[in-house]
Design a protein around this ligand. Sequence first.
Ligand code: SAH
Length: 211
Amino acid sequence: MTDADLREARERMVEGLVSGGRISDERVADALRAVPRHAFVPEGKRDAAYADRPLPIGDGQTISAPHMVAVMAELLDVDAGDRVLEIGTGCGYHAAVTAELGAEVYSIEFEPRLAREARERLDRLGYDVRVREGDGHEGWPEHAPYDAAYLTCAAGEFPEAVVEQVRPGGTLLAPLSDGVGQTLVEATPRADGSLDRESHGGVRFVEMRGG
Ligand code: SAH
């Protein structure tokens, strides 16, 4: 595919998400229009980069489907200048979308190869995203408090350290598993440390490792 073909395929993908009701926030649509998803998938899969589905990126991991990234971006509702923590960098696509929304992004990836490749890729594409190899269960205390934090891997519960690193009134978003399935859960830490929760339906993500 030529650059023009890729651009056109990307535009069609975004139009599909808008007309299908997956995106209602124009800023999210613009962010998906701006990020070259084909640069985040393995060479051999570039022609499939603008289909709305997840793709393998090696080591049993996947790049999330565009509609999932869009839904999460809408729920996270970041404003320019917000400080956002991401757990599960993967190939870096979701982080790039969050950065396009104007956020200062800090992202942690468990798998060393993915962390290294994502950091190089995001640098090369000019995204101001800080990537660290590590276990997201610990969060990234040096840059806390965050306005928002999200997981792109499924956990049993929001990791305690991550909850503590989000400011009261901020947003937490994660696929939470109950052993049977996963639900996308949004939560807001209250001043007393408890969480105000809202569920947003069934989802399917890779399981969080470590802990
Ligand atoms: N954000 C990616 C999707 C990543 S898939 C995208 O843009 O498409 C989920 C990622 O979470 C995988 O790369 C996996 O290695 C990572 N992961 C799993 N457990 C983790 C942990 N404890 N800490 C940080 N990353 C973790």
